[in-house]
Design a protein around this ligand. Structure first.
Ligand code: COA
Length: 239
């Protein structure tokens, strides 16, 4: 789980990146890798030295002027004491693919950077390794975000929420306060999670879904049907 806590009241670019500048190898050469490289280069705080891919997918030796090397050869060509990794792999197999690569990278002896966009708003949130947080995320106090997560742009993460390792949170998701999101969950665009509930491991929340109850491991939930309740608003005690 996440270890790093650094107060960031002003969200300056340098603070937002949190990790000191270093040489970085990016896993992948596809769209996700291109997006990640764009952000890292735009913010200019890390030096990207190469891309890496599993040998069986290696069909180019360079990409945009950078070497592309086999994952299997990485320790020889770019040893762990010289570079860190960034593995911005998508949500394939409900994030299991990215989880495996992250664990393999750790096994090979590498550390990972994390990227938090300078226009994300957060307050000393502990954020794990290889976690990628895009612009316009609002992350309220007392939240914890684990290793190897991706928070695409524009989410609201309510106070006292825990996002466990290997999650993918698409755009414009509202996570209310004190939610516990299990490992490897996928939260689709525009979904809403009510406060004080927990989602088990590997849940998939469909685009636009409204989640009002705890979910068991591996649940898929879709739909946001609205209905008029039998009581009136003066009978509510929770709002
Ligand atoms: C939930 C989800 C994973 C289901 O995928 P799937 O199993 O391939 O679903 P299908 O496309 O086969 O649809 C099956 C049925 O569920 C419905 N359905 C699928 N997703 C739905 C959703 N989010 N809300 C409501 N209904 C949905 C479909 O309309 C279809 O209904 P039908 O049988 O009456 O026609 C997917 O639809 C989804 O919401 N993905 C998230 C997309 C997203 O947020 N992407 C962001 C990436 S950055």
């Amino acid at each position: 789980m996440a270890q790093l806590a650094k107060p960031n009241p002003n969200n300056s670019s340098a603070d937002a990146m949190m990790d000191p500048p270093c040489d970085v190898v990016i896993f992948g050469t596809g769209e996700m890798a291109e997006v990640a490289r764009f952000y890292l280069q735009w913010e200019g705080t890390h030096n990207i030295v190469a891309h890496t891919l599993n040998r069986e997918y290696l069909n180019e030796t360079s990409k945009d002027g950078l070497p592309v090397v086999a994952w299997e050869d990485l320790n020889t060509l770019y040893p762990p004491d010289q570079v860190k990794l960034f593995c911005p792999v998508s949500y394939k197999e409900v994030n299991l693919h990215r989880k495996r690569l992250f664990l393999e990278g750790l096994d090979k002896g590498y550390d990972f950077i994390r990227f938090i966009h300078p226009y994300a708003r957060y307050y000393g949130t502990p954020v794990g390794r290889n976690t990628f947080i895009f612009e316009d995320n609002v992350i309220q106090p007392h939240t914890v975000i684990g290793d190897n997560c991706i928070l695409w742009s524009g989410n609201h993460i309510g106070h006292h929420t825990t996002i466990r390792d290997h999650c993918f949170i698409a755009s414009h998701v509202v996570v209310s306060g004190a939610v516990d999101i299990g490992e490897r969950c996928f939260l689709g665009v525009n979904s809403t999670i009510r406060d004080n509930i927990s989602l088990g491991e590997g849940c998939v929340v469909g685009a636009g879904a409204l989640v009002t109850r705890a979910l068991d491991d591996l649940t898929i939930i879709v739909g946001a049907k609205s209905r008029i309740m039998p009581k009136t608003s003066d009978q509510l005690d929770g709002i």
